[in-house]
Design a protein around this ligand. Structure first.
Ligand code: SAH
Length: 238
């Protein structure tokens, strides 16, 4: 059987580039995004009762990977390319059906003019990601404290110490007027290791776009140094 679904919403996310988006939801709790509901779901009544839940399950399309293929076996990036697992044993974004699911925090629901916006925190989604469905997280059945985490149970996450250049400090002070949480956001985001395993042995500089800024940093050993938080040339729709 095959199915056709329409997006029920679209994500406006702080992550404007694919590089350095966290590998799972919840890892960068200071990140912000919102879902713009689309017709016929752009109706505040469709969210009635949702505001009383703290977390939401989102199902979405990995829209940048549609038609780009998939493999039966994949190398989870955090295992440094050393082991392969079946794609169904991983959360890889290249899958037979490129559908993702993320557990995010519900911040608030707003209506601006006639547009319903569901504001969320801690998403791992690229800007413009199409949403297929929204469901409340239900602790009584969804939380399993003694669950086994497969290969992820054995991974020790490397967290970097994050420091800022003088220039970056200045730019952050300015950016904080619009994004009060931006320093915390950068510390959480760049504290994670986003490198492909084959780059882990060399010191290198990196860049990505978040909110309306271009973020540049270097990694030397266990330290991340933020070089620049530069306003992006094109103003990006928030
Ligand atoms: N929590 C989800 C996603 C895990 S993969 C799940 O388990 O299904 C997370 C990665 O997906 C991110 O690091 C980012 O690189 C990628 N990603 C996020 N949104 C995407 C999109 N719209 N298209 C393609 N890749 C995307």
């Amino acid at each position: 059987m095959s199915f056709t679904f329409d997006s029920i919403g679209i994500v406006h996310s702080c992550y404007k580039d694919k590089f350095a988006i966290p590998r799972q939801a919840g890892l960068v709790s200071a990140s912000t995004a919102y879902i713009e509901l689309l017709a016929p779901c752009n109706d505040i009544e469709i969210t009635r009762g949702l505001e009383d839940f703290s977390h939401l399950w989102l199902t979405f399309v990995f829209h940048q990977h549609v038609g780009k293929g998939w493999n039966t076996l994949v190398k989870p990036p955090r295992l440094d390319g050393k082991q392969r697992f079946g794609v169904f044993a991983t959360r890889a974004s290249f899958r037979p059906n490129p559908i993702g699911m993320s557990l995010v925090e519900l911040d608030r629901i707003e209506q601006q003019d006639k547009q319903v916006q569901i504001h969320i925190k801690g998403a791992d989604l690229l800007d413009q990601t199409p949403i297929l469905d929204i469901k409340p997280y239900i602790p009584y059945s969804d939380s399993i404290p003694d669950a086994k985490g497969g290969f992820t149970d054995h991974i020790k996450e490397q967290l970097f110490e994050v420091e800022f250049s003088q220039q970056a400090e200045q730019q952050i002070i300015e950016a904080s007027n619009t994004y009060p949480q931006i320093r915390q956001f950068i510390i959480q985001l760049l504290g994670l290791d986003h490198r492909a395993y084959f780059y882990k042995k060399i010191d290198k500089s990196y860049a990505t776009k978040v909110y309306d800024y271009e973020l540049k940093w270097v990694i030397r050993g266990d330290v991340v140094r933020v070089i620049e938080v530069k306003r992006a040339a094109l103003s990006v729709k928030r």
